[in-house]
Design a protein around this ligand. Structure first.
Ligand SMILES: *[C@@H]1O[C@H](CO)[C@@H](O)[C@H](O)[C@H]1NC(C)=O
Ligand SMILES: *[C@@H]1O[C@H](CO)[C@@H](O)[C@H](O)[C@H]1NC(C)=O
Ligand SMILES: *[C@@H]1O[C@H](CO)[C@@H](O)[C@H](O)[C@H]1NC(C)=O
Ligand SMILES: *[C@@H]1O[C@H](CO)[C@@H](O)[C@H](O)[C@H]1NC(C)=O
Ligand SMILES: *[C@@H]1O[C@H](CO)[C@@H](O)[C@H](O)[C@H]1NC(C)=O
Ligand SMILES: *[C@@H]1O[C@H](CO)[C@@H](O)[C@H](O)[C@H]1NC(C)=O
Ligand SMILES: *[C@@H]1O[C@H](CO)[C@@H](O)[C@H](O)[C@H]1NC(C)=O
Length: 414
């Protein structure tokens, strides 16, 4: 209690000092970070610690905010950058450890702004449990029950509520763009609610799709066998989720990370776990992305992925143990998600250099999809790892421009 108080006072003071008095906080190259106060390659980025709507205000000047309630009572906040007479409607659905900030967190080079400038009405939801979506009709975030969800519930309930709401507001079909965990949840939505998905979504664009975890190369896989131990400790200590973005502990850790002089080393660590490609992460975003992350999520998401990995890569529902599985699913082992049921067009974008969502696993998913889902095909790219989809130097040419090409191609079919 006292420690928390001290930590919050200290981190508030440091944060205030940083955002007001330190002129330079970003550099074009890693080496420049050592000379941040003198190098001409360093500059001040005013978006440190800022949130989605503040950043949108800076670049676009206006935004809208909506709250929607899911069937199971979670109240979600959705931001919007509205467009008059739009070419189309886009939902940008964020992955885990982050929230809508990830789509606007690269200054004027963010995907949300690129697509808005291209003529799209942009919707930026925040899934349950993240900084802006922490309300529930009956529960609070201090209730353990609040955090009892995985990507299963995010797909089945959050995405249903979000997609229905946006469809209703705009009266148009939606382009649903996701990355990493949000691709997992969107496959769950579109396989368990195939007709609804087809009626509301024009195309699911899934970057780094995560479903069959058979070919994971990232060394993170070596942590999987230790998960029961982690789970035991978490259960004992009643730890249900990664601490909140604004918790004193996270604020302090973030500030320590920002002060790390070895920015290139930080980048190498990211590379080690996401796909070896340290030269790709744009140095200009390393401090900035630290200032925006991480956002909280329940450990159950992590356990669920580990279960899938340890099951030999089955894309299966949560494993509660044989007894509860039998009651819940009617079988001792959890059933797999029926991806062959998906009839809404699903476009996969995956990279050879992504060691988490590998090309092999993406192709395995593709091979199981229904022909109707595959009408736009798939795209394999190179030299981009898992996080480079957001922070890589070449993400615009390799990913964003390809998405725009696809949108231009499908537009006449609106
Ligand atoms: C950004 O990183 C540099 C060097 O690693 C550090 O000295 C600086 O304080 C950081 N900027 C902010 C605003 O924290
Ligand atoms: C840059 O200047 C700030 C404040 O003037 C100082 O705290 C910081 O240590 C300096 N950083 C470097 C890398 O010289
Ligand atoms: C900040 O960056 C500019 C160049 O963008 C540089 O001239 C200046 O010396 C840097 N340091 C400070 C403290 O402003
Ligand atoms: C949405 O809910 C939040 C609380 O979670 C509230 O502060 C905000 O005013 C609500 N916004 C709208 C537009 O209803
Ligand atoms: C909230 O609580 C009320 C009263 O106990 C109950 O009827 C309702 O089903 C609950 N709603 C959800 C979503 O849990
Ligand atoms: C973003 O801003 C930078 C610096 O002001 C500028 O050099 C760059 O061209 C801008 N990019 C876009 C896509 O507007
Ligand atoms: C949205 O929902 C309301 C009420 O549920 C309904 O009256 C309205 O027609 C719907 N709008 C669209 C565009 O579907």
């Amino acid at each position: 209690m006292l420690l928390n108080l001290v930590l919050s006072v200290v981190s508030c003071l440091i944060q205030e000092t940083f955002s007001k008095y330190l002129p330079n906080n970003s550099c074009k190259n890693y080496i420049d970070y050592y000379f941040i106060n003198t190098s001409k390659n360093c500059y001040h980025n005013g978006e440190f610690f800022e949130q989605t709507t503040e950043i949108i205000e800076k670049h676009i000047g206006f935004s809208e905010t909506y709250n929607v309630t899911t069937e199971d009572g979670y109240i979600l906040t959705i931001f919007r950058i509205p467009k008059q007479r739009p070419r189309g409607i886009v939902i940008l659905q964020h992955p885990v450890t982050t929230d809508s900030i990830v789509w606007v967190g690269q200054s004027n080079e963010s995907l949300a702004f690129l697509l808005w400038n291209f003529g799209y009405d942009i919707w930026l939801p925040n899934h349950r449990g993240t900084y802006f979506s922490r309300k529930h009709v009956n529960l609070t975030i201090s209730d353990e029950e609040y955090w009892d969800f995985s990507f299963h519930e995010i797909g089945l309930y959050d995405y249903k509520a979000i997609i229905d709401f946006v469809k209703n507001k705009t009266g148009r079909k939606i382009v649903f763009i996701s990355h990493s965990m949000s691709t997992t949840a969107s496959l769950i939505y579109s396989s368990l609610r195939p007709k609804e998905a087809e009626a509301s979504v024009q195309v699911f664009i899934s970057m780094s799709p995560v479903s069959y975890l058979k070919h994971v190369r990232s060394p993170v896989k070596y942590l999987a066998p230790f998960t029961p131990f982690l789970k035991m400790i978490n259960t004992l200590l009643h730890i249900t989720h990664l601490q909140e973005y604004d918790s004193p502990l996270m604020q302090t850790m973030r500030l320590l990370m920002l002060e790390l002089p070895f920015k290139y080393l930080a980048n190498m660590m990211i590379s080690l776990f996401q796909g070896w490609n340290p030269r790709e992460f744009d140095p200009a975003f390393i401090n900035l992305s630290i200032s925006h992350h991480p956002r909280s999520y329940p450990w159950k998401i992590f356990y669920h992925y580990v279960q899938q990995y340890l099951s030999g890569g089955r894309f299966q529902m949560y494993d509660y143990g044989p007894k509860i599985n039998k009651e819940l699913y009617g079988s001792l082992i959890p059933p797999e998600y029926p991806v062959e049921e998906i009839i809404a067009p699903t476009y996969l974008v995956y990279s050879k250099h992504d060691s988490l969502a590998t090309s092999e696993d993406a192709e395995l998913l593709y091979s199981k999809l229904n022909e109707k889902a595959k009408i736009y095909g798939k795209l394999e790219i190179e030299n981009i790892n898992h996080v480079d989809f957001h922070y890589g130097k070449h993400r615009k040419e390799k990913v964003f421009h390809e998405i725009i090409k696809l949108l231009e191609f499908i537009e006449p079919n609106f």
